[in-house]
Design a protein around this ligand. Structure first.
Ligand code: AMP
Length: 124
């Protein structure tokens, strides 16, 4: 299906690619050789951090395969560490990975939302 294929094609000019290249500012809270984390400009919770891999593509979990298990696993572990560093571990937090149009994914670079700092309400 050509549309699905196009949706998985990495756009090197997406907002997060530009943040990674330093072309757009971001309020970074963490970085290492594989990923960076920064505050969401339009927070949906008292603490709302985005964690993104430095690698270009897959653009969402839709394009993941077994070969991605290592870095995706490390990304989740990093999210847990950042959440703890932000003081969210005791009361808890939510990790969200939006994938594709039905989930409202706006930025086509795989990213993990870390949400917390207050009661988040029921979801899923
Ligand atoms: P998603 O809907 O999962 O693609 O989430 C994209 C998120 O990126 C939204 O929560 C936006 O508020 C956030 N966002 C968009 N542009 C920026 C930016 N320049 N800096 C920080 N967060 C951004």
């Amino acid at each position: 299906m050509p549309e699905a294929h196009d949706a998985q094609r990495y756009d090197p000019n997406n907002v997060f690619a530009r943040i990674l290249r330093g072309e757009l500012p971001s309020d970074r809270v963490y970085e290492d050789d594989e990923c960076i984390a920064f505050r969401d400009v339009d927070p949906a919770a008292p603490t709302h951090i985005l964690l993104i891999p430095r690698r270009a593509g897959p653009v969402s979990t839709v394009g993941l395969g077994e070969q991605d298990a290592g870095w995706v696993g490390r990304l989740v572990v990093r999210a847990a560490r950042i959440a703890a560093e932000q003081g969210l571990a005791e009361r808890g937090y939510r990790l969200v990975l939006n994938a594709g149009p039905d989930a409202g994914q706006a930025v086509p670079h795989l990213h993990l939302h870390i949400l917390g700092g207050g009661e988040l309400g029921p979801f899923a």
